[in-house]
Design a protein around this ligand. Structure first.
Ligand code: SF4
Ligand code: SF4
Length: 171
């Protein structure tokens, strides 16, 4: 397939842009416009005047918003009926992950009909972009993003890496 390359010309940075102050004032103008328009809408609502609804700040995490049914949230690895992970260590999810945040090591499976299983399975949630590619790629429906859990902050980067044990908590 032929690829068309269209060169993009950088816009000229005239004097007004280079001294920044004009651009800063423009930005402040946008901010204050939104502030006063929103204030006016809320004031109108309080006074009983029909107007467009004002923007409302979500009080997260005290009052988390309702998630849609198809929201992609923290991953989980599903279990088989015997409690072992359903993952067959095919590495498709690791291969397709655009953030390269999945790391799997495989080992032989003791089950006769299953060739491999995951010895270790880690997802670095600090790098994950929640695209859902891993879920789409999995041939055995072993990984899902349906926990409804987005409350995954941590005090250090290492703690953002979830291993097989943690990922199977809701399996
Ligand atoms: S959701 Fe996307 S970025 Fe996150 S682990 Fe899966 S494939 Fe990688
Ligand atoms: S795609 Fe599914 S079966 Fe394959 S390694 Fe990932 S979770 Fe395991």
């Amino acid at each position: 397939m032929a690829v068309t390359v269209r060169p993009v010309t950088r816009p000229e940075r005239d004097l007004a842009v280079q001294v920044y102050i004009v651009e800063v004032l423009k930005g402040l103008g946008v901010t204050f416009r939104h502030f006063f328009v929103n204030l006016g809408r809320h004031a109108a609502a309080l006074a009983g005047v029909k107007a467009a609804p004002g923007a409302v700040t979500i009080q997260y995490p005290e009052d988390p918003p309702a998630l849609g049914g198809r929201a992609r949230t923290r991953h989980r690895i599903l279990r088989r009926s015997d409690g072992s992970p359903r993952c067959t260590a095919c590495l498709l999810c690791e291969t397709i992950c655009p953030a390269r945040c999945i790391r799997i090591t495989a080992e032989d499976s003791p089950a006769v009909v299953i060739e491999k299983r995951a010895k270790t399975f880690e997802i670095d949630l600090g790098l994950c972009v929640f695209c859902g590619n891993c879920v789409e790629a999995c041939p055995v429906d072993a990984i899902r993003m349906d926990t409804g859990d987005l409350d995954i902050p941590a005090m250090d980067r290492r703690s953002m890496i979830w291993d097989l044990e943690k990922l199977m908590r809701d399996g």
